[in-house]
Design a protein around this ligand. Structure first.
Ligand code: ADP
Ligand code: MG
Ligand code: ZN
Length: 480
């Protein structure tokens, strides 16, 4: 039998606010345990939460960027469960009437049609604290709890079960990741857990319209692991059904070391969260004006920018996608074009030399030592024939190291391209005289020797001879 996998993702996005969602404590990472706490985030009796307006603004931006409707009156609820890292005994989240609903993202897997993935909801919630085991935990070597992270603002983005393969899931997740980092509302660091995902996976007979029973996989903190976890889980469920078993609804944990998932708790052991509206927080009312203002403030999003790069600047879709992989990269590219560079050439250099140099030196595009303006000037020197494309790479390396302008490097090092046919003819004559044997071979029909002569001329000119002039002159002289 053939099976159809079905996947829905629940993504947690940690927001880049300076302070926590319901108190003024700092959200800075890495401080001394429990140094960033107050009665509110410690959950002390009588302390009252006050909603951080920035969190609401970030949530609205996320919603508008994912085609959601913004709920005019949304509610906060208490999600009750017991765990030592949750001092209040409940987490403040949204249940009914979340801030954003009914959105979607259009995704495209290579070689397939564009497909719409519906987003059920985006809601705001607070994070829990963290358990610390061993020596860091304080006196003795038992376990302790660090509440610095308690009350850190999160968005949870829940998709409909519209994804049909691990590839679709990864493309969707990458697109969401790109949007929240582009908006500047999340740092996107998956390893540190700023952007994390639970994958719900089920399988059903191909052609069926009834979804199978799902397992929810926790703890997948990289794109690669998401793919691995989903694929393993699909295989496991199919095998189970083929062997006459049934999939049970449960929470499973992904183990990156073995690439497998294992059961964590079954539905019977699942929590009954007993959600109810939080009486300490008034309903959140968002006016149309507020939504409009947020819409005005939205930056041009990756998709719109890609379209402008292809339609107005003539880039291929592939190049446009690479150049919008981050907002900073897209800004760099556009600054280069604005400085007079040819779009296609600027793009190629960014995707080639610049990316290579950034990777080699571990520098981010924001700190690139060659400015977009300098890159544009370098390309202009190629355009007007002052230097060859090959020499430009040497000049680029020098620009990277010294920060000097391309013009000054070309002058200092005497790298100006030689296009003068008299000078080049002289070199060619010398080389032909010194290699009479090869000249005979060429004239005898061995055309491959041509490359040898090009190489010799370029070498003799220290790379400065204009390659097209060299080709032309060599051809006529060798033909004799
Ligand atoms: P819960 O409230 O228990 O978390 P939801 O109905 O909110 O369950 O669904 C959570 C996630 O599971 C959503 O992303 C949804 O798309 C996904 N999901 C629901 N049913 C299935 C299914 N049969 N197969 C795969 N994913 C599913
Ligand atoms: Mg859920
Ligand atoms: Zn606090």
């Amino acid at each position: 039998m053939k099976y159809q996998p079905v996947i829905g993702l629940e993504v947690h996005v940690q927001l880049l606010t300076d302070t926590k969602i319901f108190c003024g404590c700092s959200t800075k990472f890495g401080a001394e345990p429990n140094s960033q706490t107050c009665p509110v985030c410690l959950g002390l009796p009588g302390a009252l939460p006050v909603l951080n307006k920035k969190v609401v603004e970030f949530a609205i931006k996320a919603g508008l960027s994912t085609n959601c409707s913004i709920t005019p009156r949304s509610l906060f609820a208490r999600k009750n469960y017991f765990y030592p890292d949750l001092p209040k005994g409940y987490q403040i989240s949204q249940f009914e009437d979340p801030i954003c609903q009914w959105g979607w993202l259009d995704i495209k897997v290579d070689g397939e049609e564009t497909k719409r993935i519906r987003i059920t909801r985006i809601h705001m919630e607070e994070d829990a604290g963290k358990l610390v085991h061993g020596e860091l935990s304080g006196p003795g070597d038992g376990s302790g709890v660090d509440l610095n992270r308690a009350c850190t603002p999160l968005l949870e983005v829940v998709s409909e079960p519209d994804l049909r393969s691990s590839d679709e899931a990864v493309v969707y997740l990458k697109q969401l990741h790109q949007i929240v980092t582009w908006l500047g509302i999340c740092d996107g660091n998956m390893e540190e857990g700023s952007f994390r995902c639970d994958a719900n996976v089920s399988v059903m007979p191909a052609g069926s319209s009834t979804l199978g029973t799902r397992a929810e996989i926790k703890n997948v903190n990289s794109f690669k692991f998401v793919k691995q976890a989903i694929e393993y889980e699909i295989g496991r469920q199919i095998e189970l059904i083929e062997d006459g078993g049934t999939v049970v609804q449960e929470t499973r944990l992904f183990d990156p070391d073995s690439g497998t998932t294992r059961s964590m708790r079954s539905k019977e052991e699942a929590h009954d969260y007993r959600y109810f509206p939080d009486p300490d927080l008034v309903p959140l009312v968002i006016s149309d004006q507020w939504i409009e203002r947020s819409r005005q403030e939205l930056p041009e999003l990756p998709e719109q920018r890609q379209r402008r790069f292809t339609d107005d600047l003539g880039l291929t879709l592939y190049d446009a996608e690479v150049l919008t992989s981050s907002r900073a990269l897209a800004d760099y590219f556009e600054a280069g074009v604005a400085a007079g560079g040819n779009a296609k050439a600027i793009g190629n250099w960014i995707m080639g030399e610049i990316t290579r140099a950034l990777n080699d030196s571990g520098v981010s595009i924001e700190a690139c030592p060659v400015t977009p303006g300098q890159l544009a000037e370098l390309l202009k020197l190629i355009d007007i024939g002052t230097i060859s494309g090959k020499i430009a790479k040497t000049v680029f390396e020098e620009m990277w190291k010294s920060g000097k302008t391309p013009q000054s490097i070309v002058e200092e090092q005497g790298l100006v391209q030689v296009s003068d046919s008299g000078a080049i003819e002289g070199i060619i004559d010398e080389i032909m005289a010194a290699n009479a044997g090869q000249v005979e071979e060429y004239r005898g029909g061995k055309e491959k020797v041509f490359g040898f002569f090009v190489g010799q001329v370029m070498k003799a000119s220290r790379g400065k001879a204009n390659p097209s002039v060299v080709n032309e002159l060599l051809l006529s002289k060798l033909k004799g």
